[in-house]
Design a protein around this ligand. Sequence first.
Ligand SMILES: Cc1cc2nc3c(=O)[nH]c(=O)nc-3n(C[C@H](O)[C@H](O)[C@H](O)COP(=O)(O)OP(=O)(O)OC[C@H]3O[C@@H](n4cnc5c(N)ncnc54)[C@H](O)[C@@H]3O)c2cc1C
Length: 384
Amino acid sequence: MAESSTYDVIVVGAGVFGAWTAWHLAKRKQKVLVLDSYGAAHARASSGGETRIIRMSYGKDEIYTLWSQASLVQWKALAASSGQQLFQQTGVLWMEGKEGGRLRDSQATLHRRGIAHEMMDDAALRKRYPQVNFDGVDRGLLEPWSGVLLARRGVQAVMEEARKNGAEFRIGQVVTPSGRGRLGSIAATGCGTSSAGQFVFACGPWLGKVFPELLAQRIFTTRQEVFFFGTPPGDARFAPPALPTWLFSSDEVYGMPDIESRGLKMARDTHGEKVDPDTQSRIVSGEGAEWARNYVARRFPALKGAPIVETRVCQYENTSNGDFLIDRHPDMPNVWLAGGGSGHGFKHGPALGEYLAAQLSGEGKAEPRFSLASKATQQQRAVY
Ligand SMILES: Cc1cc2nc3c(=O)[nH]c(=O)nc-3n(C[C@H](O)[C@H](O)[C@H](O)COP(=O)(O)OP(=O)(O)OC[C@H]3O[C@@H](n4cnc5c(N)ncnc54)[C@H](O)[C@@H]3O)c2cc1C
């Protein structure tokens, strides 16, 4: 049945970016409607799944350090107000070989920003974490106050809090708006037509499908496989606090300790094949599983032969260099695009929502790194 309502802002997409944008808009007393095809942090969304890393180290890319810092405060506040555990302070250990320079850059930024950290050489690493094989690692930078966000639970909690603050949330697939000039309304399957003063399309890996002419060549949607390995019975060496969240930068592999008894999580950070988020297979490949088993056996020798107890297949929605996309649609001045989380966006949901809500209200300077104009059609990853 068709219906028509008027809102200050309609947010399309209830992933981490859309949910926090709605939360900040609702806090500003805006009348907000959120629409999502499937639900908040659903199984196909980039924000789905159990856990995401929150770290402050970003090499020289200080803007992301600042956003992480601001976001962690808001994630913790949400945990307190919702009464749910949304963050686990596991510590985050980033490691690199002799050739790397990113950790020194991160160290300088963390120092400048007063963020606690500890640089360790390979001897110190071996002593502190005897359950890990540090071959090829020259140093590690530990952020003791960083850790893991509970992803799906977190996004659903943000949506619930936004709803309590007045935002409406409905399931509906929004039809791509056409034409030029100010947009008045949008249509969504199952929800009829809704009008608003401004629109935010926070469609993550779907942005290229929703705006094919503009974004199909600028958002690179890649398949990412995730594995959980069962730990030996009665063995706490792979759970926090014995093992922190970890990133082996020269291997381009990251993972985290056993959170909520799901096992040791690991995944490759290298970009997989290009996929469609609606239809890609969510079953891991035999080749990927084999690679993961070998990797875990090498880096965590006591887990050689450990069973894979859970898997997930997700997708990154990369921009050309890893900087986010937060900008107006070039042909529709009251339509905003928000996405391009590029494998590192989850943690920044609160800061992104705050930034976007301010932009919509005409406050604050636009950050050039987030502009559509800066998004190329060839990938050259620069932000990690
Ligand atoms: C395996 C993996 C590991 C990651 N690890 C980390 C990490 O450790 N730390 C970190 O910070 N980040 C990490 N990321 C990145 C981060 O999770 C993503 O960048 C972030 O979740 C993207 O959120 P989003 O809201 O932009 O997209 P999504 O969560 O995909 O949300 C977009 C939403 O838009 C909806 N939508 C799309 N089109 C329409 C339409 N036409 N109508 C209605 N609704 C629509 C979709 O249904 C979806 O719910 C990881 C990502 C993956 C896949």
